[in-house]
Design a protein around this ligand. Structure first.
Ligand code: FAD
Ligand code: SF4
Length: 458
């Protein structure tokens, strides 16, 4: 009977209203809705959802507790495997992971695992979540306070290690703080609490410390008594197209645009951080980052175009994000590729010159590759161009640390356990894989924590 109940819809802010504010789009489940949705789970003997979760949260067990109304017990089950459930419940690509494997999805709609995780996390945000072993006095340094660093630090602290995270920015959280906008992941109401829980485990976070500039990994290990280091420094170096006009005023990388807005709070009237959107904005790219930049520019009052060289079917962004962007009024210019940014006499952007594309033969990724249609150039008038074309790891750490190898994409070389080519130094998350997802970064952080524990125990 349970699976005959349709998936419980989640309430959201009206698209016309939310397009003008930075409040959260999705309201999440209330207790009644969560318990009803939880009652749909079949508690499979071999739950495929668990295997499809990169940190192997015991999904049927926590869902059973939600169905019984015991939210604290559900939170304790999740906390065994995930240190950031309120974040993951909001931003994980569940449709390709746990929910993508849920048996109910074969003929109907999968259990809303992400929304249930979010419900449990939100209900228990202010409560302590894990026990900590007595201190063993062994110092471990973690570089970067994104999901990889936070997950690694949490596990090591739970096992009694003396962990310090060194973060280059003035606030902890990595992309969760500076990249993902407020309307998808509220900072004060959600992220701040999740980071407070990591600190509550005894993890120290030193902000404004750039490893490779303020201090090096060699110094931390040779002079400051750190016995191992985990590098979770992400992939924050933006890519550009290398077309004429990219250095005009009004051309941003998505990283800069989002950092000004999210970390430096340019959207708030009580902050003085400058940001330039203007009346019309073109965002180049089709991933999550492009959607976030576009929806941010829309909320700053601009008409926004997504310029993408393939079709909607190939958009790499999460379906939910594309759907939200369309609902809010973002205009999608598909099969379109920029060839030049055109400026006015004062050096500001005034148009984006593009060429029409068509899909040709599949490339090595299996997707049909876009081919320019000869003679089809045209101009889109615009005041701002935001490049959301992907990112790669910043080379500062690999260049300043003896014995650390990188591959041809600039990513740190590490084995499956996260061990790099330098003994005692481990790495994981975007710094190793290139730009990926929050949960994969967390999974890598946890795997490396185990390897560090093993390494330090000899
Ligand atoms: P990061 O989150 O990048 O954290 C790295 C941290 O290291 C940063 O705080 C950085 O300041 C710090 N650092 C870097 N160099 C140094 C140094 N030398 N010294 C000290 N500190 C340093 N994933 C999803 O799953 N779902 C989404 O919806 C989603 N949306 C996204 C939207 C945007 C705009 C972006 C940019 C990414 C998005 N991602 C999403 C991807 C996801 O956020 C990343 O894969 C994830 O954050 C990687 O985690 P990380 O810990 O490896 O690195
Ligand atoms: Fe429940 Fe779906 Fe997981 Fe089965 S696969 S245990 S139905 S969430």
């Amino acid at each position: 009977m349970a699976n005959r109940i349709p998936r419980v819809a989640v309430r959201e802010q009206d698209p016309k209203v939310r397009a003008t504010n930075f409040e959260e789009v999705c309201y999440g489940y209330n207790r009644e809705e969560a318990m009803l949705e939880a009652s749909r789970c079949l508690h499979c003997k071999n739950p495929r959802c668990v295997g499809a979760c990169p940190v192997n949260v015991n999904i049927p067990e926590f869902i059973a507790k939600v169905a019984e109304g015991d939210v604290d017990a559900a939170a304790a089950i999740i906390a065994q495997d995930s240190s950031l459930p309120a974040v993951c419940g909001r931003v994980c690509p569940q449709e390709t992971q746990c929910e993508g494997s849920c048996v109910l999805g074969v003929k109907g709609e999968p259990v809303a695992i992400g929304k249930l995780e979010r419900f449990v996390a939100d209900e228990t945000l202010a409560k302590a979540s894990a026990t900590v072993a007595p201190s063993n006095g062994i110092k471990v340094a973690v570089v970067g306070s994104g999901p990889a660093g936070l997950a690694c630090a949490s596990d090591l602290a739970k096992w009694g290690y003396d962990v310090t995270i060194f973060e280059a920015l003035h606030k902890a959280g990595g992309v969760l703080e500076y990249g993902i906008p407020e309307f998808r992941l509220p900072k004060d109401n959600v992220l701040k609490h999740e980071i407070a829980k990591v600190r509550a485990l005894g993890v120290k976070i030193e902000t404004d410390v750039i490893i490779g500039k303020t201090v090096t990994i060699d110094h931390l290990m040779d002079e400051e008594g750190f016995k191992a280091v985990f590098i979770g420094s992400g992939a924050g170096l933006p890519k550009f197209m290398n077309i004429p006009g990219e250095n005009l005023c009004g051309v941003f990388s998505a990283n800069e645009f989002l950092t000004r807005n999210n970390l430096m709070k340019a959207w708030r009237e009580d902050y003085l951080t400058p940001i330039h959107a203007g009346k019309k904005v073109c965002v180049v790219g089709g991933g999550n980052v492009a959607m976030d930049a576009a929806r941010t520019a829309l909320r700053l009052g601009a008409e926004v175009h997504i310029v993408y060289r393939r079709t909607e079917a190939e958009l790499p962004a999460r379906k939910e994000e594309v759907h939200h962007a369309i609902e809010e009024g973002i205009i999608f210019d598909m099969l379109t590729n920029p060839v030049e940014v055109i400026g006015d006499e004062k050096g500001w952007v005034k148009a984006l010159k593009c060429i029409r594309m068509e899909l040709g033969e599949p490339d090595e990724s299996g997707r049909r590759s876009p081919v320019p249609v000869e003679g089809s150039e045209f101009e889109i008038e615009t005041e701002t161009v935001i490049m959301a074309l992907g990112t790669s790891p910043n080379p500062m750490i690999s260049r300043s640390t003896a014995g650390l190898e990188t591959n041809r994409r600039g990513c740190l070389v590490a084995d499956e356990q996260g061990a790099t080519t330098r003994p005692g130094v481990f790495a994981g998350g975007d710094a190793v894989t290139g730009a990926a997802t929050v949960i994969l970064a967390m999974g890598a952080g946890r795997t490396a924590a185990k390897a560090i524990d093993k390494y330090l125990k000899g």
